[in-house]
Ligand binder design. Structure first.
Ligand code: NAD
Length: 351
């Protein structure tokens, strides 16, 4: 297949591109603006491979998107480019509205123009996969899980902008017949996760004996999925998903933030013993405004209809992630130094 992947230099996008190019042998054009969150080093293993191409461009640039789509003539677009960090959206919402809403609009229009030039067979095979988050559903009480029928109730500028883009993708299917598919996934973790996010932040602070900041009482619950499982779900959705449908993706691995932090501390104590147990570094900090209490995904539709299942347990995924960070200091050290020196806005993220 010939695939355009937007946001392919980010955390999930790069894991997807490595899988598509190195494991599956697809031809891939990455479109990425390389914001603070984009890093071409995440794609080093793909550089120079036949069928791999990279275009540095802003998805909001409608002309550039039309040209790129027409030149590459993809069989599918997998759209992951986004502003993705909740705390940044609270500090400054404008880039979130611009990239997540207007950028998605520009891509949907470029896809629509592209299909006008395709013959019927090619049009029938084409897919536009819009990758989204479970945060669009808002916050859950102590029981139950988000299904595809859960009403949208976004509560942060990030989740509101993602909700808006999900609605655009669905509307372009209903109105123009564009074969869009939407996936809503729970929290990801794994290699190349930007060092300001909860799991890498806690891992690296714990390694350096620094305080481990935990929002509020640490009782907020997230449903965690190893990034390589998410990537396999995206491939299943683009190849086997039905246009106009939505699929919830999750690993059935609910943990409180405090449980996540403790799991990291305990695993690091085993991998790199320290003078004192690292759990002692936990420091509770003021809660985030509008902090959703609990997310949980019911992935049974994706399991049933896409034949996909999460394969990595939380404990195994954490061990693999920590081992990766221990072995790849050359990747994270400069990013972390930029965050701490203020060149990149350093913020906590428990979502
Ligand atoms: P990320 O922040 O690591 O990467 C985003 C990428 O998009 C970066 O490479 C960045 O340079 C690029 N980008 C940003 N604005 C752009 C623009 N205007 N034009 C072109 N490229 C631009 O994000 P991620 O965590 O890899 O998330 C990828 C997608 O998956 C997002 O759409 C996000 O909403 C969704 N998602 C993330 C999670 C998660 O836990 N990280 C969970 C569910 C869904």
């Amino acid at each position: 297949m010939r695939l355009i992947v937007t946001g392919g230099a980010g955390f999930i996008g790069s894991a997807l591109v490595r899988h598509l190019v190195l494991d599956l042998g697809h031809e891939v054009l990455v479109i990425d603006k390389l914001t603070y969150a984009g890093d071409r080093r995440t794609l080093a293993a793909c550089e120079g491979r036949p069928g791999f191409a990279f275009l540095r461009a802003d998805i909001c640039d409608a002309d550039a998107m039309h040209r790129a789509f027409a030149d590459f003539a993809p069989d599918a677009v997998m759209h992951l480019a986004a502003e993705s960090h909740v705390d940044r959206s609270i500090a400054s919402a404008a880039p979130f509205i611009q990239t997540n809403v207007m950028g998605t609009f520009a891509l949907l229009e470029a896809a629509r123009a592209l299909l006008a030039g395709y013959d019927e067979a090619r049009r029938g095979r084409f897919r536009f996969l819009h990758v989204s988050t479970d945060e669009v559903f808002g916050s859950l009480g102590p029981t139950g899980a988000f299904t595809e029928a859960t009403p949208y109730d976004p509560r942060s500028p990030y989740s509101a902008s993602k909700a808006g883009s999900d609605h655009l993708a669905r509307a372009w299917h209903e109105t123009y017949g564009l074969p869009t598919i939407v996936t809503n996934c729970s929290n990801n973790y794994g290699p190349f996760h930007f060092p300001e996010k909860l799991i890498p932040l806690v891992t690296l602070n714990a390694l350096e004996g620094k305080p481990l900041p935990v929002y509020g009482d640490g009782g907020n619950i997230r449903d965690w999925l190893f990034v390589e499982d998410h990537v396999r779900a995206l491939v299943a959705a683009v190849t086997r998903g039905v246009p106009g449908q939505t699929y919830n993706i999750g690993g059935r691995a609910e943990r409180t933030n405090l449980q996540v932090v403790h799991a990291i501390c305990d695993a690091l104590d085993r991998l790199r013993p320290a003078a004192a147990p690292r759990r002692e570094l936990v420091t509770f900090v003021a809660d985030r405004p509008g902090h959703d209490r609990r997310y949980a995904i019911d992935p049974s539709k994706a399991e049933r209809e896409l034949g996909w299942h999460a394969s990595v347990t939380f404990e195994e995924g954490i061990e693999r992630t920590l081992a990766w960070y221990l072995a790849n200091e050359a990747w994270w050290r400069p990013l972390r130094e930029q965050v701490y020196s203020g060149q990149r806005l350093g913020l906590l993220d428990a979502a």
